[in-house]
Design a protein around this ligand. Structure first.
Ligand code: SF4
Length: 217
């Protein structure tokens, strides 16, 4: 395998996306509240970041703790989170996750991956985002962008986000772990989009394996 110059590629991207505060969850890093990070992450699943931001803000005007959330009637919760999409399912998940936090973890969000994953409705991506953004732990939160882009670039060859996380932790220098999610989320929205990526104007196209494959066709 050809040696990948991670420093060069990440520096180029960081120049274009100097602020890693642009995504909703990243903004929470400045004043982390583990409960709010967890709830926002659950709201962000299959939702646009702008919607997550708006809906999280509206919800946290009404509830700030697991107790307050379970006391909120489910119909009212559904109304508040309606625009995040899949609102019925999400409302039930938010209720049950909050209930588990109360009964199993004394209303606190646990800071160990196994414990987070033991909560029904919390998957590996959510667990890693909570660990990274609320507890500042060295993990790589892999969402759809962080899974897709390294595969296109040829850094990894994986089928599932969990495999991508594992592989990235082996190859990506640790100094980029905290920022890679925010950088790739912005890059994935602007340029390396899921359908029709803007490869001809992509600032890192000469380091991309996908471009090499296209050219050799
Ligand atoms: S060249 Fe295309 S596929 Fe490769 S990183 Fe850039 S936009 Fe994504």
């Amino acid at each position: 395998m050809q040696k990948i110059n991670f420093n060069l590629i990440m520096k180029k991207l960081k120049k274009i996306y100097p602020s890693t505060e642009k995504t909703t969850l990243n903004r929470m890093r400045t004043k982390p509240d583990a409960f709010k990070v967890l709830i926002s992450c659950l709201l962000s699943l299959r939702a646009r970041d702008e919607n997550t931001e708006k809906v999280s803000k509206q919800l946290f005007e009404v509830v700030n703790t697991p107790e307050e959330l379970v006391k909120l009637p489910i119909e009212e919760l559904e109304k508040i989170i309606f625009s995040s999409g899949h609102y019925k399912k999400k409302a039930r998940v938010l209720h049950s996750v909050s209930q588990e936090l109360i009964t199993r973890f004394n209303s606190k969000v646990p800071n160990r991956k196994e414990e987070l994953l033991s909560i029904k409705g919390v998957g590996p991506k959510t667990a890693n985002i909570v660990l990274a953004f609320a507890f500042n732990q060295s993990v790589i939160p892999v969402d759809t962008h962080v899974h897709r882009i390294p595969n296109r670039l040829g850094w990894v060859k994986t089928k599932k986000p969990e495999q991508t996380e594992e592989e990235l932790m082996k190859i990506l220098p640790k100094i980029y772990w905290a920022d890679v999610n925010a950088i790739f989320v912005q890059f994935g929205r602007d340029i390396c989009q899921p359908v029709s990526p803007k490869c001809s104007t992509c600032p890192i196209n000469k380091y991309c394996k996908r471009i090499g494959v296209e050219r050799s066709r």
